[in-house]
Design a protein around this ligand. Structure first.
Ligand SMILES: [Zn+2]
Length: 166
């Protein structure tokens, strides 16, 4: 006899044992001679068995309350006006890009993200205009229009040779 079967036998035996008084009570109920206290007693005696049996049959006992009643289930939100994530604009608040007519907030060395990238590219290719100084005042530097296509290749080649063709 497997352990499993033995266990089932034991359970069945236990249930039979517990159900006997219930059956007796039921027959008395049918006969009209029952009293409620006896029924309550049987129910009380069956309760632990039911609780023990429940997991075997996949039943769920009464679930514990997830949270105390009355308390709102709000996640603590960041306080208004608190620290913001991400980059903040340069110190001084509304400082804008050094390039005239850009209008984007400055981020690095007085330039917005896009124009700082352009500045880096120009520096790397030896074409940085003299006006494009670090920390230039907002809206003070003339943008440069970069040549495109063949002209761009020519300009790059000239720049790499050390010539200044702007
Ligand atoms: Zn800009």
């Amino acid at each position: 006899m497997s352990v499993d079967k033995a266990f089932r036998e034991m359970i069945r035996h236990e249930i039979e044992l517990q159900l006997k008084p219930l059956r007796a009570e039921l027959s008395r109920l049918e006969a009209g001679t029952s009293d409620l206290d006896a029924l309550r007693d049987v129910a009380a005696r069956l309760a632990p068995v039911a609780a023990a049996m429940a997991p075997l049959f996949g039943a769920q006992g009464p679930k514990p309350a997830k949270r105390a009643p009355g308390r709102p289930a709000k996640v603590a939100a960041a306080p208004a006006g608190g620290k913001r994530r991400g980059r903040k604009p340069a110190a001084g608040g509304a400082r804008s890009c050094a390039i005239i007519g850009c209008g984007s907030p400055s981020r690095t060395k007085g330039y917005c993200a896009a124009h700082y990238q352009k500045l880096r590219m120009l520096t790397k290719t030896n074409r940085r205009p003299s006006a494009w100084v670090d920390y230039a005042p907002p809206d003070s530097v003339e943008d440069v229009k970069l040549p495109r296509g063949r002209a761009a290749a020519k300009a790059l080649a000239a720049a790499s040779q050390g010539g200044s063709s702007t």
